[in-house]
Ligand binder design. Structure first.
Ligand code: SF4
Ligand code: SF4
Length: 288
């Protein structure tokens, strides 16, 4: 079973929930993997000591144009859905904009003058860390200057396989990295806070998940802050509140020191277990 933990914006407590759910399941003897898909700033490993078992680079094929063979016919530009080829035939200028290239290969297939070859560009790394015998963390990390983490996230999720419970710590927002992460999830937990900003971002996340046909539930972090608008919205949309984490100094203090709250405040473990059980009950087709 794959559960994605996501939020419309950064700093709402997504990592707090992901790491504490992972820890609680570990303590209860489950086979569980935590995939840190926040590839621009992965930080789940701050909370655990792991032993690196495997690491590999994620590459992408990018076209290289041989300007001697090129006739400036423009076919490659025409076939590129991502506007990654810039061409000015009268001036005999043609360039690949590597940041926009998705490595689909359409331009190579379109060129009948053998003017396109391909090179590998390194996008980032996927690293696997054993935490206990039955648990591990897989971290996706993009290289500095790389435009999109999507391919690295995809490789990390693929590396996780399908066995046991897989927790996907999603990148914030609702753009392509979020969509890539939640696309494979059986259930999505959205973490939010009861403030106007939190509500606004939550609405965007919910609307995106609706178009994807994904089931979600909500964790309200820093409950007690802000106002009650979020509760009215969730009631109106019939979206369940899975858990509320209060605005609490002790919780904030453990988290800020890189400590697992459910370890130092074990009374939180039953709450995470009961949340998991309620998700499994709702999503009866899931096995783990
Ligand atoms: S399709 Fe080939 S020949 Fe035509 S512009 Fe592109 S690289 Fe040049
Ligand atoms: S590989 Fe695909 S995305 Fe990249 S330049 Fe060629 S057609 Fe465009």
């Amino acid at each position: 079973m794959k559960i994605a933990i996501a939020s419309g914006k950064g700093g709402t407590g997504k990592t707090l929930v992901s790491t504490n759910l992972f820890y609680t399941l570990q303590q209860h003897g489950y086979r569980v993997k935590l995939i840190d898909c926040d590839a621009e700033e992965p930080n789940d490993l701050i909370f655990f000591k792991g032993i690196l078992s495997k690491s590999f680079c994620v590459n992408q094929k990018v076209p290289v144009i041989n300007e001697i063979n090129c006739t400036y016919c423009g076919k490659c530009h025409e076939y590129c859905n991502y506007n990654a080829i810039f061409i000015l035939p009268p001036s005999k200028v043609i360039k690949v904009i590597e940041d926009l290239c998705h490595g689909c290969g359409a331009c190579s297939a379109a060129c009948i003058y053998s003017a396109i070859t391909e090179k590998d560009v390194s996008l980032g790394t996927v690293s696997c860390f054993g935490i206990t015998e039955k648990t591990s963390i897989i971290e996706a990390k993009i290289n500095v200057g790389i435009f999109s983490p999507v391919s690295v996230i995809k490789a990390a999720i693929k590396e996780a396989g399908n066995e046991g419970i897989i927790i996907l710590d999603s990148p914030p927002g609702t753009s392509c990295p979020f969509i890539q992460t939640v696309a494979t999830a059986d259930y999505v937990i959205l973490v939010t806070e009861p403030t106007p900003f939190g509500l606004s971002d939550l609405k965007q996340s919910v609307e995106t998940l609706k178009t994807m046909g994904k089931t979600c539930g909500i964790i309200i972090n820093r409950a007690g802050l802000g106002n009650n608008d979020i509760y009215s919205y969730l009631n109106q949309e019939n979206i369940p509140i899975l858990m509320e984490i209060p605005f609490d100094k002790t919780i904030a203090s453990h988290y800020s020191k890189g400590e697992i709250v459910a370890k130092y405040m074990p009374e939180w473990q039953p709450q995470f277990m009961s949340m998991l059980n309620s998700i499994v009950e709702k999503d009866g087709n899931c096995s783990y």
